[in-house]
Design a protein around this ligand. Structure first.
Ligand code: SF4
Ligand code: SF4
Length: 137
């Protein structure tokens, strides 16, 4: 992590969902946890919690728990989840909103250059392009 990276999120927990909604235009409470997003996600095998679980953690206000996992950073912004959701939840936008919230706070982001070279060869090209766009502060 860069030296200037802060270790704590300087936002009140009750404000986090409001900010995510402002950035993404999405209401996480619309999700009813059917799991169709996760079933279609091409990156789910590499994620340590599933995309629908990200929404669940947001719903219950467990943002600190969310930050312990790699899921938001491995999301390739491919929009598959968004296209599959029967409730019209744009999960790709929510993932992006969480990343933006953290990047704007300079908290807990993964530097693309930290991804081991051998792993880069196995990643889908969408993930690499997404990483260059998303992970640069
Ligand atoms: S597909 Fe939509 S409703 Fe179902 S778990 Fe995913 S985000 Fe929630
Ligand atoms: S946008 Fe992200 S979470 Fe959604 S299907 Fe693609 S990789 Fe998975």
């Amino acid at each position: 992590m860069p030296e200037n990276t802060k270790k704590e999120l300087n936002i009140k927990p009750e404000e986090i969902l409001e900010i995510i909604k402002d950035i993404s235009g999405q209401d996480v409470y619309v999700c009813y946890q059917c799991g169709k997003c996760t079933a279609g996600c091409p990156m789910s095998e590499n994620m340590d919690i599933m995309p629908n679980q990200i929404i669940r953690l947001l719903q219950i206000g467990a943002f600190d728990e969310l930050l312990k996992h790699n899921t938001i950073w491995l999301c390739a912004s491919c929009l598959t989840c968004t296209s599959r959701c029967p409730k019209g939840v744009d999960l790709a936008r929510i993932m992006e909103a969480v990343r933006l919230l953290l990047l704007r706070q300079n908290v807990a982001y993964l530097n693309a250059s930290d991804i081991p070279e051998e792993d880069r060869e196995e990643l889908p090209i969408q993930a690499l392009v997404g990483a260059m766009r998303k992970y640069s502060p």
